[in-house]
Design a protein around this ligand. Structure first.
Ligand code: NAG
Ligand code: NAG
Ligand code: NAG
Ligand code: ZN
Length: 533
């Protein structure tokens, strides 16, 4: 269970004690101006050689790091490098290697800092929404069931299905949580995850819970992998992994059984533990439902400790792609590193950052398995967090450690502080800051300090990054509204309102090229004429 953090501490200790051997070699290289000049020239050539891929995307894969703001990507990158025994700052995540990037603005219609439901509606359906609503437009305010019945918006997943593509969702949260729910459900309140959470008035108006919507209204989804068993089973059903736990549904329904019954005659399988998941043969499976926990799946650092065993997000992505790539018309897949966000809310930065690395491993699976001439891979986040690191730590300082006391900071309470701090959260102490000398701040359950006491640390309101490769990935440049992500995916794959539009505009841009060459020809002739004259 403590395998990974212990390894982390040892690696970092090695980096510190043999600074000259491991860490110094990197910084020594960097003292040569040629090191930077050569690297920059290689980068310039790479960018010069980039050829925009202008074909139609057969496949769309959206990687969503929940709460993975820019500072989280940077810190995750440093941790990845340090786990491999390097200083870390110079490291590249898989997402960092994608050639196109942009920034997107994450505010909601009614909030400056958004939540995962409203932001998911933006990047999945292309329309901004109100805080804590999902799959509905800005006419629907929180809890307003009646308005949600007429304010529905359609996600890229539904558009992909309508175009005959296969579809899949891979997450580490409950499959009914805000991000995955926004691919298939409509809800004026993201908390309506099982029937017991939907108020009676809303039920009488016709609003149903998110788990029910998944099973009843979206039977076509080929791959559904994540947590959330208790939301599909009733209060009389005992959980197979935790015999002391029951399902949550009060309507007596067993939606897992209903899903299985609905797939009679199809190559369908339900699994709830790693051993069963590992045995699923993708060649023989067209529909796969995997629910690995009653609620969220484990943090990647806790997975090994799990009673029944859980597949990693990379393993789930592999299996999902093996199933989805069987469709000659292509597919849409959402992969969410869901618990980056939950690690931050708990102010347990070790969990958040290790989950960034696990999520990044899933991106490596996709870039390794898929042809990026026909697949648009988009990596982004829904929103940021009140998470930051700084304090002039020397190069190679453990990202989960303390900033060395080398006189660079005038710390007024004379106590050490961690590299990573949260603006608000559970790490505030009324009695004043804890003296951290001798505290293992790299422990996976260490809670970083914060300035404002809050039960849970909050989201951050600044822009998040988009990284992309594949057809139309070059449309990701500059700053956009978050809805742009959905529109680029639809445009790239010629879905929805872009089914016709993307074809004509691509023809138009080809025509532009012709008129441009015409223009060049005329100016060349004029130039020759002026020389002759
Ligand atoms: C649970 O089982 C009892 C006894 O069979 C039954 O009366 C009750 O309606 C069941 N509750 C649900 C939610 O299915
Ligand atoms: C991991 O397992 C140990 C016992 O093997 C248990 O005490 C601990 O609570 C577990 N931790 C988690 C996060 O499940
Ligand atoms: C913090 O704890 C260390 C070790 O116990 C001690 O040497 C140091 O004086 C303490 N710092 C303050 C400001 O109390
Ligand atoms: Zn959150």
């Amino acid at each position: 269970m403590f395998g990974a953090p212990v390894k982390f501490v040892l690696v970092v200790a090695a980096c510190w004690s043999s600074w000259a051997a491991i860490c110094y070699s990197q910084t020594d290289e960097e003292k040569r101006p040629e090191y930077w000049n050569d690297q920059a020239w290689r980068d310039i050539q790479d960018v010069l050689n980039l050829q925009p891929k202008t074909g139609v995307a057969k496949n769309l894969v959206l990687f969503l790091g929940d709460g993975m703001g820019v500072s989280t990507v940077t810190a995750g990158r440093i941790l990845k490098g340090q786990l491999a025994g390097r200083t870390g700052e110079e490291e590249l995540l898989e997402m960092d290697k994608l050639p196109y990037s942009a920034l997107v603005k994450t505010y909601n219609v009614d909030r400056q800092t958004g939540d995962s439901a409203a932001t998911a509606t933006a990047y999945l359906s292309g329309v901004k929404a109100n805080y804590e609503t999902l799959g509905v437009d800005g006419t629907v305010t929180y809890d307003d069931c009646a308005a949600s019945l007429t304010g529905k918006v359609k996600s890229v997943l539904r558009h992909a299905h309508d175009a005959g593509k296969s579809t899949g969702i891979v997450v580490t949260s409950r499959i009914t949580h805000a991000t995955p729910a926004a691919t298939y459900a409509y809800a004026a309140n993201r908390a309506w995850e099982h029937d017991g959470k939907v108020p009676t008035e809303a039920q009488s108006l016709g609003c149903t819970d998110i788990a029910l919507q998944l099973v009843e209204d979206n039977p076509y989804i080929n791959v559904i992998l994540g947590g959330g068993r208790a939301y599909f089973t009733n209060t009389n059903q005992t959980d197979p992994e935790y015999p002391d736990q029951k399902g949550f549904r009060t309507d007596g329904r067993d939606l897992i059984q209903e899903w299985t019954d609905g797939k009679a005659g199809s190559a369908a399988q339900y699994v709830w533990r790693k051993a069963e998941f590992d045995q699923v043969d993708p060649a023989e499976t067209d529909y796969l439902l995997g629910l690995f926990e009653p609620s969220h799946m484990q943090y990647s650092l806790d997975t090994e400790n799990d009673t029944a065993g859980e597949p990693t997000i990379a393993a789930m992505t592999t299996k999902a792609l093996q199933i989805l790539t069987k469709n000659p018309k292509g597919f849409f897949l959402l992969v969410e590193g869901s618990k980056i966000d939950l690690g931050h809310h708990d102010s347990k930065a070790a969990h958040a950052l290790h989950d960034v690395i696990a999520f990044d491993d899933a991106i490596a699976v996709a870039t390794g398995m898929l042809d990026l001439d026909e697949t648009l891979i988009t990596v982004t986040a829904d929103h940021s967090h009140m998470f930051g690191f700084g304090g002039y730590a020397p190069r190679g300082t453990p990202i989960l450690g303390l900033v060395p006391d080398d006189g660079e900071n005038i710390v007024l309470d004379n106590m050490r502080f961690t590299n990573i701090l949260y603006g608000n959260g559970p790490g505030f102490r009324q009695e004043g800051r804890q003296n951290l000398t001798g505290v293992n701040t790299a422990d996976k359950d260490y809670i970083q300090q914060s300035a404002v006491p809050m039960k849970w640390e909050s989201h951050g309101g600044e822009d998040v990054s988009v990284f992309a490769d594949g057809p139309m990935a070059h449309l990701f440049r500059g700053l956009h509204e978050q809805v742009y992500v959905a529109h680029v995916m639809k445009y790239a794959a010629c879905l929805g309102e872009y089914a016709e539009k993307c074809q004509t505009s691509r023809t138009a841009s080809a025509a532009d090229k012709h008129s441009w060459s015409g223009f060049t020809l005329v100016s060349t002739l004029l130039l020759i004429k002026s020389i002759i004259n």
